[in-house]
Every structure is written in C-alpha cells, then in structure tokens.
Design a binder for this molecule. Structure first.
Ligand code: ADP
Ligand code: GLC
Length: 483
C-alpha cells in the first residue's frame, strides 16, 4: 500500500507533544511491514536544510486567488528509508514552533491550509498517488474535506483518508472567510460539516469527511462518544461510530531504551538494574536535591495545563512532599502554573525541583532516575510518558482515564501483578492517597516494587502491533472508498 502521512509535527524534526512522536515512529513500523510510506510536513524555519536534498522544481500550490510557490526538501526518518518531504514557504512557516496559537502572529488558518493543499500537490509533483492519506488532528483535517469537494479529479478518485484524533481539546475556530482560501464551496459550511456556531472548525469538518477515523487508544475511542470526553463532538463520534477505531500508540523502543539511551549517564537493563540507582544519584547531584539513595523520587514530564491535571498536582504537592519524597518536574504550558512551580522550586529545600521549559535530555534523565512517575490527567487520549516510564522501570501513578487505563496495570499486592498505581477520581485527596500507597509499597514491600518494575520493563510496547492494526484499518478504509 502507498500511504502518505500529512502532519504538522514529526519527531525529531518538529515536535510539540506526542503527535510528533507518533508521526516520527509509526511510518517506520509500517515501512517494516512492506508498505510504501512517506511523510509530508512544513519546513518550519527551525528545521535545518543543510542535510536535506532540495528538489529543483518548485511546487505550485493554489491558495485563495494566488498560486504560492513552495520549495520541496527531502530527508528521511532517522534510521530508516522513509522519505520525509518538507514544504518550504518562508512567509507561512516562519517562527520557532509549529503552533503559535491565537495572537501568535502566524495566520494558522493559512499555514495549515497551505500544508494540506500542498500535500496533495506534492503527490502530483512526485507522480505518486497514495492509496491512503493519513491526517492528524485539525491542522491536516483539511485534506479529507478537499478530497470530497475541490479535489474530485481522477487522480485521487480511489484514495481513502484516515483522520487520527490525538487531542480533541484543540479545536480552533476560524472566520468563514477561510473557505475562500481553499476554494471550498458553501455546501461544506453546514452543521454536519465544517460549520461550528457560525465559524469554521476544521477538526469537525475532518471528522465528517474522512473515510475512517481513529484515535490513539481503545478506551479513549469509547470515552469520546460521551459528553464528558467528546469536547462538544460526541454526537459526531456516535454518528461515525461504525468508522471509528481505537488503536493503542506504541513507543519508539530504540529512542526510549535505558540500555542505549545517549542522554543517560548510566545505562541499565532488566537483568542489570544497578545503573538505575546511579542515574538517580546523578540527577540528585545535577539538580541540587538531597543526595539520598533511599528517598523515593517521583518524576513528572508534562505539558502544564488543565488536561494534564497540573492544577490538582499543585494542590496535592505539599502533602506529597510531606511524605519525605523528592519530586522532580519538567514542563511548560499555562503561565500561572509555570510561575507557581518556579516559585515552589525556589523554596524546594532539596526535595522539589521544577525545570520550566522543553528539554529532551532532562525528560530522558527524569524517566531513568525516578522511582515513580506521576500523570494525573483529566483526560488522556493515549499518553506516552507512562509507557516510557514502564520501559525505564519507573512505576507510573496515573488517573485511570483514556490510554492510561489501557496501558497501566493496577498493582495487586496479593498476586504481585501490576505495573503501576491507578486512581479513578481526579481529586487531590485521591491523588495523595495513591502516592501514599505507592510510597508505602516502595518502603515496605521492596520485592513487590521490584517485581512490578521488571514486569513493566519486559512489556512489549513497540509500534509493530499498532502498525498491523493501522494496515488493517487502511484496508477497511479502501474497502469503504470503493464501496
Ligand atoms: P501530550 O502529547 O498530550 O503532551 P504524550 O504523553 O502523548 O502527551 O506525549 C508527550 C511527549 O512530549 C513525550 O514524548 C514527552 O516526553 C514530551 N514532553 C512533554 N513535555 C516535555 C518537556 N517539557 N520537555 C521535554 N519533553 C517533553
Ligand atoms: C496527544 C494526547 C496524548 C497522546 C498523543 C499522541 O497529544 O494528548 O495523550 O499520547 O497525542 O497520540
């Protein structure tokens, strides 16, 4: 099968969160199954050009009343032959991050309309017609809409589209003038299409127009059919229920491997765990925490916001720190939460440290050094850090929601089973009680704690299973397209 991934992020080139991890890894796993997979993304200003091949011909992309001329650069996903095409257009892809949000100075409607339209033009440019175009969240949700409206020529007549939902919380709304930019007919600006309270909602449009829809865990696929988790779109999710599939994300087991991770001062593996304690000692020293091997270290790597339950975590922090533990946090997001954590870190007294910002290296070191990892998400389509944690012998403490419920097995003190600790209700008291439980197991049942660590480290979490499920879904999508 020929499969095109059209996306706004792709690790390691551009990443704002887990979507980038997925787009950077799943194509490799599909390629390993024998598929011809390619990726297209913007050549944001921060992506280096020197190590990429430039196509000599420019790519013309109709946008509004103009034709925009774009450059096409070509590289590969690291460690693979999967081609990545970078669409270059300085005026629309400038700046130091993929999204700049409202008021960020970039016209995001135009930015991702260009990417979506350019993805289709690129196929013509390469003379390569995909069987399936796989789009991710709202930025490339324009593609299915385009293929059902303005791009109805013979070239894409048998191309199916799959839209993956990574995060329903991000649903930007644009003025209806945006329709002109993509030459979309008024007929798509309807309540069972792009229209949302008088504005354009590309996320919603994509869900109606894609041949099939997937999301990143089976549990979240069920949750988004309810008003609590559907972010206003649960009716559509039910309407499209027969075409909705939940496929659990994998992790890149080459990048997240404690035996080889280049970010770690000490390597370790399931049959040689000593390096884990050495990483803890190194991190305590690096961050100015008390250098005590016995004290349980709890890590957090997260965007700081409502979704991640950072507010609840901050509320429970004093209680947690009173348990004689160390908490190490890395994250960025809501500025009020950032300020609060900076302030507390300043008075951390060797027990609490928060690094505000984005730091790949520190993320890996926290995963390796910590004994437990906290993820009290309000909702979580899948979540990757709880999987990285298990692979690093770090027991996740999570709220049982979305993919967290699917990927963490509850500790069972009787049988010794489990890979982490889960709680149901997102209250400070519930979070606090679960941390008390985990710390108690750490202190009083070290053999149980160790059994759980090893169980997590031995779990198979690579992309191969998911890749097979996606390939199956692509077949279904093609069947529906033909039918
Ligand atoms: P989400 O995509 O909702 O943020 P995921 O758990 O799926 O959540 O993925 C988050 C990804 O981003 C992980 O790879 C995580 O390590 C990374 N990440 C999040 N915040 C930071 C940060 N401040 N510094 C480095 N990496 C981060
Ligand atoms: C989103 C979700 C996260 C998921 C990631 C990758 O950002 O918030 O739960 O793991 O996408 O699919």
């Amino acid at each position: 099968m020929r499969i095109l991934f059209a996306a706004s992020e792709c690790a390691p080139f551009a990443k704002a969160g887990g979507l980038g991890d997925v787009v950077g890894a799943l194509p490799k796993a599909l390629h390993a199954l024998g598929h011809d997979v390619r990726v297209v993304l913007p050549r944001y200003q921060f992506i280096a050009t020197w190590n990429k091949r430039r196509h000599l011909k420019p790519l013309g992309v109709p946008l509004g009343s103009d034709e925009l001329w774009c450059g096409v650069l070509e590289g590969q996903l690291p460690g693979s032959d999967v081609p990545v095409y970078f669409i270059e257009h300085d005026a629309l892809f400038y700046g130091n991050q993929p999204y700049q949000g409202y008021g960020g100075g970039v016209n995001e409607m135009a930015r991702f309309a260009l990417l979506s339209r350019a993805s289709l033009q690129l196929c013509r440019f390469l003379d390569w017609v995909p069987d399936v175009i796989h789009v991710h969240d709202w930025p490339t949700a324009w593609v299915p809409v385009l293929l059902n409206t303005v791009e109805t020529g013979p070239d894409f007549a048998s191309t199916a589209t799959v839209m993956s939902i990574h995060n329903m919380a991000y649903q930007p709304r644009f003025s209806p003038d945006g329709l002109e930019l993509l030459a979309l007919p008024d007929s798509v600006f309807v309540s069972d299409g792009l229209e949302d309270h008088g504005e354009i909602n590309p996320f919603k449009g994509g869900l109606y127009h894609a041949t099939m829809v997937s999301t990143v865990s089976p549990n979240y696929a069920a949750e988004i059919r309810t008003p609590e988790f559907g972010a206003g779109l649960h009716d559509i999710m039910n309407f499209r229920g027969a075409d909705l599939v939940g496929i659990l994300n994998g992790i890149d087991e080459d990048v997240w491997n404690p035996a080889t991770d280049p970010h770690l001062p000490h390597h370790y593996r399931v049959d040689a765990l000593a390096g884990k304690a050495a990483n803890k000692a190194a991190l305590q020293m690096e961050l100015g925490l008390d250098e005590r091997p016995d004290v349980p270290m709890i890590g957090v790597v997260s965007r700081l916001n409502h979704q991640k339950g950072t507010d609840v975590l901050i509320g429970a922090l004093d209680g947690i720190l009173s348990l004689d533990v160390q908490v190490v946090m890395l994250g960025s997001g809501d500025s009020g939460m950032e300020d609060e954590l900076r302030h507390r870190s300043h008075y951390g007294l060797g027990r609490f440290f928060a690094w505000i910002g984005y730091n790949e290296r520190l993320a890996h070191r926290i995963e390796a050094a910590s004994d437990m990892f906290l993820m009290p998400s309000r909702f979580e389509p899948c979540g990757l850090n709880q999987m990285y944690s298990q692979r690093y012998g770090t027991l996740p403490i999570v709220r049982a929601t979305g993919g967290l419920e699917d990927t963490v097995e509850q500790c069972d003190p009787e049988t010794g089973a489990g890979t982490g600790f889960k709680f149901n209700d997102l209250y400070e008291a519930a979070l606090y009680a679960t941390v008390i439980w985990a710390v108690d197991v750490y202190r009083t049942r070290p053999e149980l704690f160790r059994t759980m660590q090893l169980r997590g480290m031995r779990k198979s979490m690579g992309w191969d299973t998911a890749a097979k499920e996606y390939a199956q879904m692509y077949e279904w999508a093609l069947g529906r397209k033909r039918g």
